[in-house]
Design a protein around this ligand. Structure first.
Ligand code: ADP
Length: 513
């Protein structure tokens, strides 16, 4: 339990939180990190918008009498705070109700949290996303006053929260009420960037409705190619920044990975850190996983893992051969995940191996994978869709897991794979580079190797690394078992990540407002 000096009072603001609303990894972080921080004795509160899915979801939420009234976009928008508690914890969760802005997601109509399906199935951003999340940012700052809840640290996540430090500095630290002004002046901010590709870009007209001074609309602050850039606002105005792995933190300071933000990130390079996301081992542990046909652990891998492999082969109609290398893929089928290299490499891989692919994404990859599957039905299994239990069964049943990603801010599947004794083959980028140790004679003999890595973004490099893995699997079973067990012993728990975040929160105390 931390002492009072190392105990932090944190307010975490995020546009999605697992259990209430989710589109991606951000939701996992926004639930798991506060959970782990609370276990470590910190006082953490979560704030997110009250979307329809959160109002009608499985976790109880209830309205409070705390109301908000915020001038934005030339009018006054009313809101109300709802209250909930993060499951299996005491972490308070407040949800910002504003029905015009947040009560619209409905899966069956193709309406998501940020986007809707237009005709022809194409996804489009909601036209009022700027107003929606500017309102959320103001609501976070107003909530502190309304609830009399004064965190010393506001932990921001992605562009949807990027305007919070701007409003804090421009408005709230100059509050007309001296008592409130003092509270707001004590707050420090940390922005976590989960994927730099999503920046919240809006035409300049949107800026006019924010109630901020036009002097901020310049290239060194909120403007980016004559657009308002909400992520940039967060990058420039937050006290500290981090991304979800140390390598990604370095990569996004370069033009290839930076998506235009590299210069402003380099300017703040001394305040930019990287912390790898944790794994929720209560869900992802082969010893207790309820989705598996058999359980196993680092102390007793067989016969459990073999049973999982046979079941997976059966599920996909593959030849039930115990010794053929079985390679697994679970990914969004998009370019970022290196799917073009997978598709190009499959004909070669299928000569000696079986492959199973679970994913959904772009139509062209669906078509290419379906065609390959039809040509080799006993060697390639493909399931196009989202299926959480199947993802667990692939992690357990495969021998090798493939992640040829172009970029990967943190990545979870390589961490799951290691825990499941499924050796990852990864491109050495972002969180993959930080978590997988390449297998060489030296790393293997030192008991450090956990997988296989390649650097060049080419099909040849991907195949070379995969062939190294397959050869070890086929010809050196003792070395293979050692590699697999080293992976299974890794600790990538949230407690580990939370300890790193604690260090960043500690640094924040040193910064002047
Ligand atoms: P990203 O957040 O970029 O998609 P991560 O590796 O960080 O990549 O996390 C992806 C998560 O989503 C993993 O838990 C993975 O198992 C899961 N996932 C991705 N696609 C599917 C799918 N089609 N079905 C089930 N789970 C999936």
């Amino acid at each position: 339990m931390p002492s009072t000096e190392t105990k932090f009072k944190i307010l975490l603001a995020a546009s999605e939180v697992m259990g209430y609303a989710k589109t991606g990894g951000l939701a996992d972080v926004a639930a798991s990190l506060p959970h782990a921080l609370a276990e470590r004795g910190h006082d953490c509160t979560i704030l997110l918008p009250l979307y329809r899915c959160a109002r009608t979801g499985a976790i109880p939420v209830a309205p409070t009498e705390h109301t908000l009234s915020i001038p934005l976009g030339g009018r006054r928008l009313a809101g109300r705070l709802w209250r909930s508690t993060l499951p299996e914890s005491r972490v308070p969760v407040y949800l910002v109700e504003q029905n015009e802005l947040f009560d619209r997601d409905e899966r069956r109509f193709g309406h998501g949290l940020y986007q809707f399906s237009a005709t022809a199935g194409e996804k489009r951003d909601y036209r009022d996303n700027c107003l929606r999340f500017a309102f959320f940012c103001r609501a976070v700052l107003e909530s502190m006053r309304v609830l009399d809840l004064w965190p010393e640290i506001v932990h921001l996540n992605d562009w949807q929260t990027g305007l919070i430090p701007v409003y804090l500095r421009e408005m709230y630290r100059h509050h007309s009420d001296a008592r409130l002004r003092e509270h707001y002046r004590r707050i420090r901010t940390l922005l976590t960037i989960h994927n730099i590709a999503y920046q919240g870009l809006f035409p300049p007209g949107e800026f006019a409705g924010l109630g901020l001074d036009w002097r901020l609309f310049n290239y060194h602050q909120l403007e980016f190619h004559n657009h308002l850039n909400c992520l940039k606002a967060g990058i420039v105005f937050s006290d500290l920044l981090n991304t979800v792995s140390p390598t990604y933190a370095r990569e996004i300071q370069t033009p290839y990975f930076g998506w235009g933000m590299q210069d402003c990130l380099r300017e703040r390079g001394g305040r930019l850190f990287g912390i790898v996301n944790g794994v929720d081992y209560s869900q992802w542990d082969p010893a207790t996983d309820v989705h598996l046909p058999a359980n196993y652990s680092v102390d007793q891998v067989q016969p459990g893992k073999g049973i999982c492999k046979a079941a997976l082969q059966k599920r996909f109609g593959l030849a039930e051969e115990p010794r053929i290398p079985l390679l697994g893929v679970v990914a969004r089928l998009v370019e970022q995940k290196g799917i073009p290299f997978l598709v190009a490499g499959l004909p070669t891989l299928l000569k000696d191996c079986q492959v199973v692919v679970l994913g959904e994404g772009e139509g062209r990859y669906h078509d290419q994978l379906t065609a390959l599957q039809q040509a080799a039905p006993r060697r390639l299994g493909v399931f196009l869709g989202f299926d959480e239990p199947l993802a667990h069964r692939i992690e357990a049943g495969a021998d090798i897991f493939l992640m040829p990603s172009e970029y990967e801010p943190s990545g979870l599947n390589q961490l799951y794979s290691m825990k499941y004794g499924t050796v990852p083959v990864v491109r050495a980028t972002g969180g993959l580079a930080d978590t997988v140790v390449d297998c060489t004679p030296q790393t293997l003999s030192q008991g450090e190797a956990t997988g296989f890595r390649f650097v060049a973004l080419t099909t040849d490099a991907f195949l070379e690394a995969t062939h190294r893995a397959v050869a070890l699997y086929q010809h050196q079973p003792t070395a293979w078992m050692q590699l697999l067990l080293t992976g299974m012993r890794q600790d990538w728990s949230w407690q580990r990540s939370a300890a790193e975040y604690e260090k960043l929160y500690g640094r924040l105390r040193d910064y002047d407002a």
